[in-house]
Design a binder for this molecule. Structure first.
Ligand SMILES: [Zn+2]
Ligand SMILES: [Zn+2]
Length: 100
């Protein structure tokens, strides 16, 4: 199976529009409606943080505010994972992990 090298394919707009339509153009987190006049732009978020995973279960419509919040959370999680991989959290086990 080959993975598409483009992180956002040309289908992305279609997919994103479908997700937004299904959410009735409201943020799935806070219910804020999509209103360009008020600067409330609806975006589509990848729940697992992987922009290549466009499976429907992985996507949700979010306003920019909630979207940013999700990414802060994902980033914190990512850094934790990185630290863990570098063995910094495994000192007590005595096992040294080599980062790939
Ligand atoms: Zn929101
Ligand atoms: Zn996102």
């Amino acid at each position: 199976m080959s993975i598409d090298k483009k992180r956002y394919g040309k289908d992305w707009n279609l997919i994103a529009n479908k997700v937004k339509a299904e959410a009735q153009y409201k943020c799935e987190e806070c219910g804020r409606p999509n209103s360009l006049k008020k600067g409330e732009r609806l975006t589509v978020h990848h729940k697992d943080g992987n922009p290549e995973n466009n499976a429907r279960y992985n996507l949700e419509a979010l306003c920019t505010r909630c979207h940013l919040g999700k990414h802060k959370f994902l980033q914190a999680q990512y850094q934790y994972t990185q630290k863990e991989e570098q063995g910094q959290l495994n000192i007590s086990t005595g096992i040294k992990q080599t980062p790939r």
